[in-house]
Design a protein around this ligand. Structure first.
Ligand code: SD4
Length: 325
């Protein structure tokens, strides 16, 4: 049975899957499916972990990471720590198509985006402000999770800044869970179109209360996602600081090149990380050019990892799950 065109998406980001599928169904290009699919998540602020208004950094600012990769040309476009522009995935697409570079970062990525006609606006919302305020005023004196050693505890414990309108009295504290290492979900997608071209991409607002300037795994080619028309594609989500050290998406694709099934390939990529970091949390989904796919995850406890699939043989998208190691 024919399986392509097909799209797979991390977590239960259904609207992105439907959006990408609508492109593929009409004979559209896999790269467009990925850009449109991830963009919808940015607009709809999927889980608060993609797009504007989520995961403020230590200074309260939301910045975005996104990647898009074309498996036909092996061309890549990515932005990291993009400031004040909501559509990170589309900016990444512009980097791919309009430049000879692969990754642009920070303020200068914003400058590029503006030159490309994107609108500059704040990524802060009342929700991200409140998240930051709660952290800043309540959890701040606890050692910063992201620092191995705090060089100057007084920097983290005050005196509290009272700049801007960040006057904590005006806000109710959100009932936030404790700062944990996995309060963030990236969208990652892999798609094959009806010409047999594969593309992959990611978009995220990264990790909450990160040190400003931090770049996660999502915009790193081979880590957040990877695609190669001769083999297949993969994408990863999870504890990005650790995962990017292992290029799990690249590894999964190379495992499939050696003949591994997508499930085995994803498992190998996850196991490699777990060998060194048994407490890491994350997942990889992989797909070969026949449209066979699989996933593996680690450290989500008893919670299985969900992902969404739609291919030509299905009337509707399907949410699948995999149990973690
Ligand atoms: C990051 N990998 O920036 C992203 C976050 C994520 O599921 O994937 N969460 O670390």
């Amino acid at each position: 049975e024919q399986k392509t065109p097909i799209v797979i998406t991390t977590w239960n980001f259904v609207n992105s899957t439907i959006t990408a599928w609508n492109v593929l169904k009409q004979g559209g290009y896999s790269l467009d499916a990925i850009e449109k699919g991830t963009s919808i998540c940015e607009e709809q602020q999927c889980d608060g972990t993609v797009g504007y208004g989520g995961s403020p950094d230590e200074d309260g600012e939301t910045t975005l990471d996104a990647l898009i990769m074309d498996g036909r040309t092996m061309n890549v476009g990515a932005v990291a720590a993009l400031r004040r522009v909501k559509s990170a995935a589309s900016v990444a697409r512009r980097v791919l198509e309009h430049t000879k570079h692969s990754i642009l970062v920070g303020e200068l990525a914003t400058k590029f985006a503006v030159q490309m006609g994107f609108h500059e606006e704040t990524l802060t919302t009342s929700i991200s402000k409140r998240m930051w305020l709660k952290w800043y005023y309540k959890d701040h004196c606890q050692p910063n999770f992201w620092m191995n050693v705090s060089p100057d505890p007084s920097k983290f414990c005050g005196p509290y800044r009272t700049t801007d309108d960040f006057t904590h009295k005006n806000y109710d504290w959100l009932p936030l869970t404790k700062i944990d290492r996995f309060n963030h979900d990236t969208i990652g997608m892999v798609a094959i179109d009806n010409k047999g071209d594969i593309a992959a991409g990611t978009s995220t607002n990264g990790a909450k209360f990160k040190i400003p300037g931090r770049v996660g795994d999502s915009p790193i080619p081979g880590s957040g996602a990877y695609a190669d028309n001769t083999v297949g594609g993969a994408t990863a989500t999870g504890d990005g600081d650790v995962m990017l050290r292992f290029l799990p998406s690249f590894l999964a694709v190379e495992e499939m090149r050696r003949g591994a099934s997508p499930t085995e390939a994803a498992r190998t990529a996850i196991n490699r990380i777990a060998t060194h970091y048994p407490n890491f949390m994350g997942a990889v989904i992989a797909m070969n050019m026949d449209g066979a796919y699989g996933a593996a995850c680690h450290g989500l406890g008893d919670v299985p990892f969900p992902f969404v699939v739609q291919d030509i043989s299905m009337d509707q998208y399907k949410i699948e799950t995999v149990n973690c190691s």
